[in-house]
Design a protein around this ligand. Structure first.
Ligand code: G1P
Length: 289
């Protein structure tokens, strides 16, 4: 089983980041030196993914422009001898084969993924939610692909969250299989504290069997009146094999301002051009707080 395709649902309104996201898609907000979406594409590519489908909606054409060639700009950079910039600009267009499809109606994550049916065909495929940005030694989606291959199963990425946070996530019920890998028994979308199966939350990375599409096609609306991916995965986990991987890496929720700022600081600290400078800036700043 080789996972070659990935789907990135990017059809949200970015309402937690307004007004910044009124005209700029939230996926295109810069995290240090590149749009958030580029980190997601790079994670997929680093895990061996070749073809990517981005599910978009109205007002997001800047995403497809970004991953395209820009001859006028490239000629200009070449003429001015700005070769580092030229390489960076060129690289975005050469990262992967990226195609785009619109969701058209805001009917939920499950509905967005269902739009990828023709692109995916019958192969197992990866899903990466762009709000969840990861910093990890091994690409998180690659960790899931490895587990999916080992168990010949679908795989979802989880980590433990606090009691206060469980109602923001898909939550699993699972039995241990080996260190950091579980057999998924059940799942629920955004449960209350009283209902929760566990504190293991699904954090935006999935490897799914293509059988999910037949389930999504008939999936009734769930939490929030939307067609939920979690509800369809629940059915998938009961009819087929599904494992959960407690992945290695730090996950940032960049869909809200605090998570976005945390990611900005941590990525800037790790960046060769800004790391040393930011470290001294923050130290000096901390003394004045
Ligand atoms: C979505 C999923 C949820 C998952 C979360 C991870 O929720 O529906 O199961 O735990 O992403 O970030 P959203 O954040 O879109 O409300």
């Amino acid at each position: 089983m080789k996972v070659r395709k990935a789907v990135i649902p990017a059809a949200g309104w970015g309402s937690r980041m307004l007004p910044a996201t009124k005209t700029v898609p939230k996926e295109m907000l810069p995290l240090v030196d590149r749009p958030a979406l580029q980190y997601i594409v790079e994670e997929a590519v680093a895990a061996g993914i070749e073809d990517i489908l981005v599910i978009t909606n109205r007002g997001k054409d800047s995403m497809s422009d970004y991953f395209d060639y820009f001859p006028e700009l490239e000629e200009r950079l070449q003429r001015d001898g700005k070769l580092k910039e030229l390489e960076a600009v060129r690289r975005t267009a050469d990262l992967a084969n990226i195609s785009y499809i619109r969701q058209k109606e805001a009917k939920g994550l499950g509905h967005a993924i269902w739009r990828a049916k023709a692109f995916v065909g019958g192969e197992p495929f990866a899903v990466l939610l762009p709000d969840d940005i990861m910093r990890a030694e091994r690409p998180v989606i690659g960790q899931l692909i490895a587990a999916a291959e080992r168990y010949e199963a679908s795989a979802i990425g989880v980590q433990q969250v606090s009691d206060e946070a469980v109602s923001k996530y898909g939550i699993i019920k699972a039995d241990p299989l080996e260190e950091k890998v579980f057999a998924v028994r059940d799942m629920q979308e955004k449960p209350t504290l009283a209902e929760k199966f566990s504190n293991y939350a699904i954090l935006g990375r999935y490897v799914l069997d293509a059988g999910i599409f037949d389930i999504l096609e008939h999936q009734a609306p769930g939490y929030g009146g939307e067609i939920q991916l979690t509800d369809a995965m629940r059915t998938l986990s009961q009819s087929g094999k599904m494992v959960a991987v407690d992945f290695e890496g730090r996950r940032y929720d960049t869909g809200n301002l605090r998570g976005f700022l945390e990611a900005t600081v941590d990525f800037a600290l790790a960046h060769p051009d800004t790391g040393d400078w930011l470290r001294s800036f923050l130290k000096a700043k901390a003394e004045t707080l």
